[in-house]
Design a protein around this ligand. Structure first.
Ligand SMILES: O=c1ccn([C@@H]2O[C@H](COP(=O)(O)OP(=O)(O)O[C@H]3O[C@H](CO)[C@@H](O)[C@H](O)[C@H]3O)[C@@H](O)[C@H]2O)c(=O)[nH]1
Ligand SMILES: O=C(O)[C@H](O)COP(=O)(O)O
Length: 317
């Protein structure tokens, strides 16, 4: 059964993987028609990179992108001001759906970004990219604009670590890829399962929950596989991606969040029956053996469609 799933992933890989160069702008402009496109950038303290990304989108993709939304994720630097100056609409994470309970992290920023944006297609791009180019957005839009059976597109790329090609993506290689291969082998063909650049149809994205913190990408892949199936998912090779790297200990905390996310999906799918919930406290040590303990628990936002439905029901009552 699992062997068959890996074979499925191999079969999927060829037909559903394209390259950014396969999607020239003139083809996409024609395909766009009346479809509207939002680009959403989650940003926590990204004043050094967010302005350039917004400017490139405005300069090179003016007739493809209808809205650029930066979600300021509790930044303490001038991310919001820089993004606004470059021409983005900026919302503060906690100002969107303010009556909902308080939650944190990247997944929360994305969910709020989905709620605050309007496009039929939504492209998520990390705001810390150092080699951003218009092909990040146009590549991700290609399959969605030209093939109605595609609901979700994820970026593939090389991830250098310093000057070493292929050495980046430490959590991907040491945790996410083995874990997905073992438990969700159909997803094994995604070259960068944790990558932060992907796009989807609004109606589909609004039908899945968003896990908070760094669990969001893992949960989206697993939940979308369940909702729309592998053939409705695609990937586009964008070449290489450079971004700011977190410390190994910060990545340990990310790994904890991703493991808890996977656990929640295995439980939900009835594949593990837990006698008790996993612990969520992670003890780590500095080089000097100082101890820090961090809670790596993740929470979950419900599908946005259900939130909008209940707001409408309350309004009608
Ligand atoms: O609380 C947060 C944390 C991060 N971000 C933004 O999210 C993006 C990615 O965050 P980053 O800390 O740079 O993540 P990475 O260490 O690069 O982690 C990789 O792996 C994560 C787990 O899958 C993904 O969420 C990331 O997109 C992916 O780049 C950046 O624009 C951040 O500013 C927020 O908006 N709020
Ligand atoms: O996706 C990952 O594995 C993490 O973001 C770490 O990436 P890095 O090793 O390139 O910093």
């Amino acid at each position: 059964m699992k062997r068959d799933s890996l074979a499925r992933a191999r079969q999927w890989l060829g037909p559903r993987t394209t390259h950014a160069a396969d999607w020239p702008l003139d083809v996409l402009r024609l395909a766009k028609g009346t479809t509207t496109v939002s680009v959403v950038l989650p940003a926590r303290n990204e004043e050094n990179t967010v302005g350039k990304i917004v400017s490139v989108i405005r300069r090179d993709l003016a007739d493809l992108v209808d809205e650029i939304l930066v979600v300021d994720s509790r930044s303490t630097d001038s991310t919001a001001a820089v993004a606004a100056k470059a021409g983005a609409r900026v919302v503060h994470q906690d100002d969107v759906l303010p009556d909902m309970p308080y939650m944190s992290g990247k997944g929360e920023a994305l969910w709020k970004g989905l709620a605050a944006s309007t496009g039929d297609l939504v492209v998520f791009i990390d705001a810390d990219l150092r080699n951003f180019g218009a092909h990040f957005v146009s590549g991700l839009l290609g399959p969605l604009l030209t093939d109605p059976s595609v609901h979700y597109v994820k970026a593939a790329y090389d991830r250098p670590l310093g000057d070493k090609r292929g050495e980046g993506g430490r959590v991907t290689e040491l945790l996410a890829r083995p874990m997905l291969n073992l438990f969700w082998p159909e997803l094994a063909g995604f070259v960068q399962p944790l990558g932060g650049e992907y796009a989807g149809r609004r109606e589909t994205l609004e039908r899945v929950p968003f896990v908070t913190e760094y669990g969001v990408e893992t949960a989206l892949l697993i939940d979308l596989l369940g909702l729309v199936g592998l053939d409705a998912m695609a990937q586009v090779d964008l070449g290489s991606r450079e971004h700011s790297h977190q410390s190994t200990t910060a990545l340990g905390r990310m790994a904890g969040q991703i493991m808890l996310t996977a656990w929640s999906r295995l439980e939900r799918e009835g594949r593990i029956v837990a006698s008790e919930a996993p612990a969520s406290l992670l003890m780590q040590f500095s080089a000097e053996r100082e101890v820090t303990v961090t809670d790596v628990a993740v929470a979950e936002r419900p599908p946005l469609a259900s939130v909008f439905d209940s707001v409408m029901e309350e309004g009608a009552a």
